[in-house]
Design a protein around this ligand. Structure first.
Ligand SMILES: [Zn+2]
Length: 125
């Protein structure tokens, strides 16, 4: 196999790995949120174009399992000025997904929760 091809291959793999998987910092946050939310089955992760993140735990019914939505920014003491102004407006979302805590949740349940969180019941701070 040519080096070019190998590199392309590696690139593809890396892209696949990156897809909707929480980053290292996000994972630390997810762990903390799950610890503080006994009913949680997963954590909603919302990434904003400015680099800030919003997260909240969800329970098996798709309701919020944490007391509040956590907003934070990697390597910063606080969220950015723009987010302080518009509270992380939904128009600026780049990625949103759920990091599941347990693997044994049924696909249909996941779908229901996903739709409840992102579809009919948008998270409002
Ligand atoms: Zn921001």
């Amino acid at each position: 196999m040519s080096i070019k091809r190998q590199m392309q291959r590696k690139h593809q793999t890396q892209n696949a790995d990156k897809k909707l998987i929480a980053s290292k910092n996000e994972n630390a946050m997810v762990g903390g949120i799950l610890e503080g939310s006994p009913d949680a089955v997963g954590v909603v992760i919302i990434r904003l174009e400015c680099g800030c993140r919003k997260m909240a735990a969800v329970d098996i019914k798709g309701d919020m399992a944490s007391k509040k939505i956590i907003a934070y920014r990697d390597n910063a003491d606080s969220i950015c000025d723009k987010c302080k102004e518009d509270h992380g407006d939904f128009s600026r979302i780049t990625t949103q997904f759920i990091e599941w805590d347990k693997d044994d949740i049924e696909g249909a349940t996941k779908k229901m929760i996903y739709e409840k969180v992102f579809g009919t019941a948008p998270i409002v701070h």
